[in-house]
Ligand binder design. Structure first.
Ligand code: SAH
Length: 220
């Protein structure tokens, strides 16, 4: 899928070694998918030189792709299996969608900004990611039609865990979500065990807010 001759291979390998392996990310599938996924393709060319740096990246409309280490941590803790069906809330640029695509059977992803969703869709198609289905909408409501999900990944911060998301998990399913105020949140992993929530609190983090209500149209 990724071009083996691409000029960012060295930068991407350094990202994996220095930011992920050196800080304890060990999951071989997560490291492999982050080694081959062209993060620069999901941002503007003016940012390409910084695309593999140890920081978030701006994707427009006030949104960001998280720092590589945070993304890798979320993916590692979710422990995705090749046959899993995953729901992503907050498609943004489509970078995390591309990573999920390489780790599971199918990704359903929801984004509230139509302009971002259109751009992500075009980029994912162009790069050949064909096991992803995108939609514009309010992801806090989940996507009932394809439920139950083996895993749900939310890339925006919620004041509390939206009930529909937990409901749309299968028994034994996992939900990764940043929960807290707009300033600081805890990354939480919720597991559905006998229908109830088992919560594991991971690192402190800072995501853009999960905004509920009517999604935003692209301006024409
Ligand atoms: N993972 C993304 C980054 C996401 S930033 C990437 O790799 O690029 C968080 C995204 O969540 C933003 O694009 C924002 O518009 C979106 N978002 C916020 N609230 C949302 C909601 N209720 N439903 C769907 N998307 C939402």
């Amino acid at each position: 899928m990724a071009d083996p001759d691409d000029p960012f291979r060295t930068a991407r390998d350094a990202m994996v070694q220095e930011q992920l392996v050196a800080r304890g990310v060990q999951d071989a599938r997560v490291l492999a998918v982050m080694s081959r996924t062209p993060r620069h393709e999901f941002v503007e060319p003016s940012l390409w030189a910084h695309a593999y740096g140890d920081h978030p990246l701006t994707i427009g409309l006030g949104q960001t792709i998280s720092q590589p280490f945070i993304v890798a941590t979320m993916l590692q803790v979710l422990a995705l299996q090749a046959e899993d069906t995953v729901l992503e809330v907050g498609t943004g640029s489509g970078y995390v969608t591309a990573l999920l695509s390489g780790l599971c059977r199918h990704v359903y992803s929801i984004e509230r900004h139509a302009a971002l969703a259109q751009q992500a869709e075009a980029q994912l198609r162009r790069l050949g990611y064909d096991n992803v289905t995108l939609r514009v909408g309010d992801g806090s409501l989940g996507w009932e039609r394809h439920a139950p999900y083996d895993a749900i990944l939310v890339s925006a911060a919620a004041a509390s865990v939206p009930e529909p998301l937990f409901r749309q998990l299968r028994e034994g399913g996992r939900l990764m979500i940043p929960v807290g105020s707009s300033e600081v949140q805890d990354l939480q992993l919720l597991r559905k065990h006998l229908g109830t929530r088992v919560v594991q609190v991971l690192d402190a983090c800072r995501f853009v807010p999960l905004v509920t209500g009517t999604p935003l149209k692209a301006s024409s």
